[in-house]
Design a protein around this ligand. Structure first.
Ligand code: FAD
Ligand code: DHB
Length: 394
């Protein structure tokens, strides 16, 4: 087999790259280790930044998003029982975010790739990268019991944190940064109408809580918990008690209860692999960076990487110039570190740190007062939340 760009991974990064390359007339094949059903059922992020929504429209993947996505013009930060709203459009020149589940983005993009050329192979196992430093790289893999080779001009490692892309880069070349947090999120998906139209991020003395949604019928909720939390110890009644307590507000807000259809625990880490290129292998998305979910940046960062990488590849095929590909890593890292800072900031602002002293807690409240009580503070949160422009360089 032969293609121009071999893409490892059919998550948001790999699928957006494939759809964008299609627009440039560049061929690609996606190799995904999991089954299509598995990929489609993975519940993850829910908030799309303003630039991500524009990008999805630009690449021709915005049809259902326009109909079913829920535009949000603000968020509430809840502390000491009071909700303080941050209004996005008035602080960012009219921008907003859209709530549309990651699995919906993935579903739309898989369909587009299948309808276009069908070059997406699920259950492709043992994917291995060969000759990344040569002009003729290739991918070997096993599919339907046969060992195959895909010759390519370039390889895109869009295979998430545990993928083969980053692992194939020689260790001495890797520039890695990591921070692990002493808590996790217990997430639940409930068949309950969202009790209000916008998200609530709560700093509560018993720990962080987040009120979000997926549709007019489905609420998504998160609770700060221990990283090694045992879900067996969280019967539905305990989940609801804790959510009511942590999200209760003086304005009478109360979450609506409903059947819990999913419960999961997400660990929290900040991670950056600054080495996003090794010869003709380029990393994009979670393969190169992980953010703690507070701030909803994960999927949006993947979109920013893909935008830059696709432009670099387009330039190469159009004019033979490698200038943009050569600049990909440095430019992508600017926005990645900005989002890392914001995700770390939101995480630090809103969680209860197990070893936090009374002094640290009061600093959190002083920060919450500043970031919600001054226009400078609110603008800072709003600009970062709706998303810095793709290709942002400071
Ligand atoms: P992924 O979505 O991880 O996709 C990588 C793909 O590559 C997968 O389909 C995987 O099966 C495939 N793959 C891996 N290894 C190989 C291999 N060797 N060969 C072939 N294929 C391979 N972000 C938020 O903003 N908010 C959230 O609430 C949120 N919740 C999350 C919960 C969980 C459990 C996780 C893991 C992430 C969450 N994120 C969240 C982050 C967000 O979902 C990711 O940032 C986003 O999925 C990144 O997309 P990606 O395509 O780079 O990686
Ligand atoms: C969701 C997840 C987030 O990490 C976040 O900050 C906001 C919303 C969600 O899953 O809906």
């Amino acid at each position: 087999m032969k293609t121009q760009v071999g893409i490892i991974g059919a998550g948001p990064a790999g699928l957006m790259l494939a759809q964008t390359l299609r627009g440039y007339g560049i061929d690609c094949v996606i190799l995904e280790q999991r089954s299509e059903e598995y990929v489609l059922s993975r519940i993850r992020a829910g908030v799309l930044e303003h630039p991500t929504v524009e990008f999805l429209h630009e690449m021709g993947a915005g049809e259902r998003l326009a109909k079913e996505g829920m535009p949000h013009e603000g968020i509430d930060l809840l502390f000491r029982g009071e909700k303080r709203r941050i209004d996005f459009p008035s602080l960012t020149g009219g921008k907003k975010v859209t709530v549309y589940g990651q699995q919906e983005v993935v579903k739309d993009l898989i369909l587009l790739k299948k309808e276009f050329d069908g070059q997406i192979l699920f259950e492709a196992e043992d994917v291995a990268i060969h000759g990344a430093e040569s002009d003729t790289p290739s991918l070997s893999f096993t599919h339907e019991g046969q060992t195959k080779t895909l010759a390519c001009d370039f390889i895109a490692g869009c295979d998430g944190f545990h993928g083969a892309g980053r692992k194939s880069i020689p260790e001495q070349k890797l520039r890695l940064f990591e921070k692990v947090y002493p808590f996790a999120w217990l997430g639940v998906l409930a068949e309950a109408a969202p009790a209000q139209d916008e998200l609530i991020y709560s700093r509560h003395e018993d720990g962080f809580a987040l009120f979000s949604m997926r549709s007019p019928e489905v609420t998504r909720l998160y609770l700060q918990c221990d990283p090694d939390e045992n879900l067996e110890e969280w019967p539905d009644s305990r989940v609801w008690d804790e959510l009511h307590k942590r999200l209760e507000a003086k304005d009478g807000f109360r979450v609506n209860e409903g059947t819990i259809i999913r419960k999961d625990v997400t660990p929290m880490r900040s991670f950056v692999c600054e080495t996003m290129r090794h010869g003709r292998l380029f990393l994009a998305g979670d393969a190169a960076h992980i953010v703690p979910p507070t701030g909803a940046k994960g999927l949006n960062l993947a979109a920013g990487d893909v935008k830059l990488l696709s432009e670099g590849l387009a330039d190469f095929y159009k004019s033979g110039s490698t200038a943009k590909l050569d600049g990909y890593e440095a430019l992508a890292l600017k926005r990645i570190w900005a989002a890392q800072r914001f995700s770390w900031f939101m995480t630090s602002l809103l969680h209860k740190f197990p070893d936090g002293a009374a002094f640290d807690h009061e600093i959190q409240f002083a920060d919450l007062d500043f970031y919600t009580g001054t226009e400078t503070g609110r603008r800072n949160v709003a600009e970062n939340y709706v998303g810095l422009p793709f290709g942002w360089s400071g």
